[in-house]
Design a protein around this ligand. Structure first.
Ligand code: 5GP
Ligand code: ZN
Length: 151
């Protein structure tokens, strides 16, 4: 009798937990879809907005920054909506390595590889990130300022 009661309680808890988990997953999916709908870089990745694609593979896409701060200013983004470096998880390792290797390839294609360049991920408010979809800035084609000190 005691065993049966424990079993019933156990099954009840399991169903309850699963229900909560299910609701959490639905909620999270809804939030992510909402963010993607409003995300300019998702629209570029999905080709809803036209851009000059400099490099693309299954995971990532690269295109010129609309407001360049140097002769070469390219943005390399994951096709999957990930808001910032803070939101990466272990499954995203391939995406991040693809982004960095794309920067190497594009710098060679645009002939700035030997002279050098900067790679920049901004993260959040203090990092100055304006678009909440991970993007690596590839900046070069001229000697660049050093300054990254606090304001
Ligand atoms: P963040 O400040 O988030 O690191 O950089 C965002 C960058 O995205 C800025 O350099 C800005 O010029 C660029 N950007 C913003 N909107 C667009 C757009 O619609 N198209 C392109 N190509 N770049 C954009
Ligand atoms: Zn996005």
């Amino acid at each position: 009798m005691i065993f049966q009661s424990f079993l019933i309680i156990f099954i009840y808890k399991l169903i309850n937990l699963d229900l909560l988990l299910f609701c959490d997953i639905i909620l999270l999916t809804k939030i992510i879809f909402k963010q993607m709908e409003n995300c300019i870089f998702c629209k570029i990745a999905n080709k809803e907005i036209e851009t000059n694609i400099l490099y693309e593979n299954n995971n990532i896409i690269a295109f010129p920054d609309i407001n360049p701060i140097a002769p070469v200013h390219v943005l390399i983004i994951p096709k999957k909506h990930i808001a910032s470096i803070n939101d990466l998880d272990n499954y995203d390792q391939k995406i991040i390595s693809d982004i960095i290797l794309a920067a190497k390839k594009i710098s060679k294609d645009l002939d700035i590889s030997e002279d050098g360049y900067k790679l920049l991920f901004r993260v959040g408010k203090n990092g100055g990130q304006e678009i909440p979809h991970i993007h690596l800035h590839l900046i070069g084609g001229a000697k660049l300022h050093e300054d990254i000190r606090p304001i």
